[in-house]
Design a protein around this ligand. Structure first.
Ligand SMILES: [Zn+2]
Length: 266
């Protein structure tokens, strides 16, 4: 629409789409809305989120885990204390607040103090802290890792600390495990029974016990110290690279993990 300007232009401003929307909104008479609706629609800002300025309560609840590693002479005790935010409300959230490691062993003292202080600081900063688990579990010791009881491979002491933090975060509901379905578990139990029955038959008859096939990286894992008896899986089982557990057996020409169900034929 053309407009003829017959006065001097003293100033101008650009009309944005937002201005137009505001004008339109102002034109509509405000209908009264029930208070409940407004409360429901307005984001609640009284939910407390984890923040570094949150003061440490006098008392915190926590758990202490024991690590027995062949890399350290004495056992290590890992304590993780949690803070409960918005207790008693639907937004109740339990989060790790601090971590301590105690041991008679002094050889790892300085880096453990540094690591746990930094981890505690990360916990208190808030946000997603579960990334610590992946970072730590990926650390490997160039001198070699070790097997824990049950045949789970730990590539380093830091990785074991990471596994403990993971276990703790699962127990307080911060990390959710993709649960294996009952059906999957039943299949695994069946496979395991088959394997054990066959192994028993073979050892009864001759010496041709089904030899455990070499896992792809067995060479690299040869000088790994073994702790625990690993009795939960057949002793001939090799390391599964998906779940880092000594639970991989060969059945009908397929490598099958009796722990996580990983399977590869070839
Ligand atoms: Zn596996």
């Amino acid at each position: 629409m053309a407009v003829k300007i017959d006065k001097k232009i003293k100033g101008y401003s650009v009309l944005t789409p937002e201005d137009k929307a505001r004008e339109a909104a102002a034109a509509i008479p405000v209908a009264s809305v029930p208070r409940e609706t407004v409360e429901k629609e307005t984001p609640q800002d009284n939910i407390i989120q984890m923040h570094e300025r949150i003061e440490r309560p006098e008392v915190l609840i926590g758990s202490t885990y024991k690590i027995k590693s062949p890399l350290v002479e004495h056992a290590m005790y890992v304590t993780i204390n949690d803070i409960v935010l918005n207790a008693g409300t639907e937004h109740e959230l339990r989060r790790p607040f601090e971590i301590f490691v105690n041991s008679k062993s002094m050889e790892h003292f300085q880096w453990i103090v540094a690591l746990t202080r930094i981890m505690s600081a990360v916990f208190r900063k808030g946000g997603d802290v579960t990334f610590l688990v992946d970072e730590m579990k990926a650390v490997f010791d160039p001198r070699g890792g070790y097997f824990k009881a049950g045949g789970v491979y730990m590539p380093s002491l830091v990785a074991e600390l990471g596994a403990i933090v993971e276990e703790h975060m699962k127990s307080i509901g911060l990390i959710h495990d993709p649960e294996m379905s009952a059906h999957q578990r039943a299949i695994l139990a069946e496979k395991r029974k088959q394997y054990e029955d066959r192994a028993k038959k073979n050892s009864d008859v001759t010496e041709t016990v089904t030899a455990a096939p070499a896992a792809p990286a067995q060479g690299a894992a040869e000088d790994i110290a073994v702790t625990g008896d690993g009795a939960s899986f057949p002793p001939s089982a090799t390391l599964c690279h998906k779940c880092s557990t000594k639970a991989l057996v060969i059945m009908d020409g397929c490598a099958t993990c009796l722990n996580c169900g990983y399977s590869k034929c070839g």
